[in-house]
Design a protein around this ligand. Structure first.
Ligand code: KG4
Ligand code: ZN
Length: 322
């Protein structure tokens, strides 16, 4: 049985998962404190992780015994380095005090491994779209993946958040923008989907700028057209994602698709994915957004580092090959 910690951004997470992939607990404490700044404040996130991490671990361990654990897993990166360090230091301390091995996990591999918890097994293509990352991967085994494409600028969730901000909606903006979009016409405005970016890479910076200019051009009229703007903007993000997914699926012998990350909660994206005509797996919402069960899931297939070899283990902020 594995206890996993995840503190790469603003959610303090701990989970207990059995070697077979049964989720015993999956605790997420979201730090609502960032909303008023319209984004995550890194230093603040670290401090909150420090305050919350022990409580979250205790809660995750309720009903389980420490003797049942055979390893502690933790997100090592990528993410906010101060936030990651809280998880890494806590995991090292917990593991060392019980002489347990430690399993460092790449956060992005965690998003991919969330699918294994639902029994969706490789090979499959995986689209991960969240506030921090957007990439398309070919998953052929449980320990890694091949990146087929990734965003050249903003992440898809970031595009939702920035669009929502421009339209005067709250943070995080994805759910609010999507809700408003239900009342609007997705064909009212034509926003760019970076179709000219060849291959499987994504780009959302132009889309955000197009919305900015459109709102400016509309002036006072924009307020009354907000739902149409939201619907058209959401439509463009989803189409931009699906264009790359369709391109990638065309090249597969056995096309199957999994979707993860916070944006996988999006209704339109789910609908579009389900209509592709290939087997599609979308984990439950709690396993799409940042959580520690997905980190434990990935850890099940990785080599544990024995005590005391991990005591000097460090976090890393930027992407490294998974
Ligand atoms: O995976 P996640 O919880 O955290 C990160 O690792 O970033 O993803 C959060 C992102 C935010 O950008 C949020 O706006 C977006 O996911 N999101 C949505 C929806 N729910 C969350 N975007 C579009 N539609 C939604 N329903
Ligand atoms: Zn994430």
């Amino acid at each position: 049985m594995i206890l996993a910690l995840e503190t790469s951004c603003d959610d303090t997470c701990a989970a207990v998962v059995t070697r077979e992939g049964e989720i015993r607990s999956n605790v997420v404490s979201s730090q609502g404190v960032h909303a008023r700044f319209g984004g995550v404040v890194p230093e603040w996130a670290s401090r909150h992780h420090l305050e919350l991490v022990n409580l979250v671990v205790d809660q995750a361990m309720e009903g389980s015994s420490w003797d049942e654990l055979d390893a502690i897993a933790v997100t090592q990166g990528p993410g906010l380095v101060g936030a990651l360090l809280v998880g890494v230091a806590t995991a090292k301390g917990l593991a060392a005090s019980r002489r347990l091995p430690l399993i460092p996990v790449n956060h992005l591999q965690g998003h991919v491994a969330a699918n294994f918890l639902g029994g969706f097994e490789p090979p499959f293509l995986c689209l991960v779209a969240s506030g921090g990352h957007t990439f398309l991967a070919r998953v052929t085994d449980h320990r890694g993946y091949e990146t087929l494409g990734q965003t050249l600028d903003d992440a898809a969730g970031e595009a939702f958040d920035k669009g929502a901000r421009l339209l005067g909606l709250g943070y995080p903006g994805g759910p609010a923008l999507s809700k408003l979009a239900l009342e609007g016409d997705p064909t009212a405005f034509k926003f760019p989907i970076a179709a000219r970016v060849a291959g499987l890479d994504f780009s959302f910076a132009g889309l955000k700028t197009a919305l900015l200019y459109k709102v400016r051009d509309l002036g006072d009229e924009a307020e009354g057209l907000k739902a149409d703007l939201a619907a058209s903007y959401e439509h463009a993000i989803v189409e931009a994602l699906m264009l790359r997914v369709e391109r990638a699926l065309e090249g597969e012998n056995e096309p199957r698709l999994a979707i993860g990350g916070g944006v996988a909660a999006n209704r339109l994206l789910r609908e579009r994915a389900q209509s592709l005509g290939v087997p599609v797996h979308v984990p439950p919402h709690a396993l799409c957004t940042d959580n520690a069960a997905m980190i434990a899931s990935a850890a099940r297939y990785l080599e544990p580092t024995p005590y005391p070899d991990y005591l000097a283990l460090d976090a890393y902020a930027t992407k490294r090959a998974a």
